[in-house]
Design a protein around this ligand. Structure first.
Ligand SMILES: C[S@@+](CC[C@H](N)C(=O)[O-])C[C@H]1O[C@@H](n2cnc3c(N)ncnc32)[C@H](O)[C@@H]1O
Length: 264
C-alpha cells in the first residue's frame, strides 16, 4: 500500500541540517542526535553484535557522534553516510580532532542510492534518522544490498502509531520536515520483503514520550533565552509549538519510537 507523504525533498532536509535545525537538535540531544544518547548506542551495538572485526555503515551519520563512540568503545571500523554538507564536514572535523580518522570515514551521499558495492558491511545501522527518508522501501532494499550475508541491520526510528486526524498527521510531520513515518510493523515487513530475517522488533514509545517531555522542558526552561537571542522570538515560538504538539501526540500514543534488528 502506498503511504501518504508530504512533499518533502532531500533539499528541504539539507536546509534543516545545514542551518539552525542541526544546532538545535544537538543542544537538546548532544552530538549523538538521537533519543537515549550513549546508552541507546550501547544497547543497539550489543543487539547487533558489534565487535572489533566489524565494519559498520551508519546511514544518516550526521555529526558522527555515534561513529566515534563506536570506534572508541567497540574498536570497530565505521563508515558514515550523510547527505548534508554541513553535517558531513563537521563529522570529518570532529573525528580528526578526536584522533580517530584512521578508523572512520565519512561519505557525502544519499541513503536511497548508496555509493557502495553489494555485500560490503557487517552491520548497517541507523538511529532516529530514517523518518526523514522519502522512500523507506528503497532505503531498506539498499541496506539489505550493502550488507554482507549473515550481517545485521540494526536501527531505531520515530514511528507512526495510533490513529490521528489528517490535520495532526500533517502538522507533526511538517514540523519535523518528515515526508512520512513508518510503523514498527511496516518496517518489519519491509525488512522481510528485502530478504532479511527479523530477529527482534521493540516498541519504545513510553520512553519516547518521556524524552519528548524532557526536550520540551529544556526548551522552555534551559534554552529559551539562547534560542531567542540567536534565532529570534518567532523561531522560539515555532519550536515550542512544534515540540508541544509532539509531546501531546506521544503522550496519547499517536507517535512513538521503535527498534528493529534483522539478519541477512
Ligand atoms: C537526526 S539526524 C541523524 C542523527 C544520527 N543518526 C545520530 O544518531 O547522531 C538526521 C540526519 O539524516 C540525514 N539525512 C536525511 N535524509 C537523508 C538521506 N536521504 N540520505 C542521507 N542522509 C540523510 C540528515 O542530513 C541528518 O544529518
Amino acid at each position: 500500500m502506498t503511504k501518504r507523504r508530504l512533499d518533502v525533498t532531500i533539499g528541504n532536509v539539507n536546509e534543516v541540517y545545514d542551518g539552525a535545525g542541526g544546532i538545535l537538535w544537538e543542544m537538546l540531544m548532544g552530538e549523538q542526535i538521537h533519543v537515549g544518547a550513549e546508552s541507546e548506542t550501547d544497547l543497539l551495538a550489543r543487539k547487533a553484535g558489534v565487535g572489533a572485526e566489524a565494519h559498520l555503515l551508519d546511514v544518516c551519520s550526521a555529526l558522527g557522534g555515534p561513529a566515534r563512540y563506536l570506534a572508541r568503545n567497540y574498536d570497530c571500523r565505521v563508515t558514515g553516510l550523510d547527505a548534508t554538507q554541513q553535517m558531513h564536514a563537521e563529522a570529518i572535523r570532529r573525528t580528526a580532532e578526536a584522533g580517530l580518522s584512521a578508523k572512520l570515514d565519512f561519505v557525502l551521499g544519499n541513503a536511497l542510492d548508496m555509493p557502495f558495492p553489494a555485500s560490503t558491511f557487517d552491520v548497517v545501522w541507523g538511529q532516529d534518522a530514517w523518518c526523514y527518508i522519502t522512500d523507506k522501501q528503497r532505503l531498506i532494499e539498499e541496506c539489505a544490498r550493502v550488507l554482507k550475508p549473515g550481517g545485521m541491520l540494526a536501527f531505531t526510528d520515530w514511528l507512526e502509531k495510533g490513529p490521528m486526524t489528517d490535520e495532526e498527521w500533517t502538522a507533526l510531520n511538517a514540523f519535523m520536515v518528515f515526508p512520512y513515518m513508518e510503523t514498527l510493523e511496516g518496517y518489519a515487513t519491509l525488512a522481510e520483503e528485502a530478504g532479511l530475517a527479523v530477529v527482534e522488533k521493540e516498541d519504545l514509545s513510553p520512553d519516547f514520550a518521556e524524552h519528548i517531555q524532557m526536550y520540551l522542558d529544556q526548551v522552555q526552561h534551559q534554552f529559551r533565552q539562547a534560542i531567542v537571542e540567536n534565532y529570534g522570538q518567532e523561531m522560539y515560538d515555532a519550536v515550542e509549538r512544534g515540540i508541544t504538539l509532539w509531546r501531546d501526540a506521544s503522550a496519547a500514543g499517536k507517535v512513538g519510537r521503535g527498534r528493529v534488528i534483522a539478519r541477512k
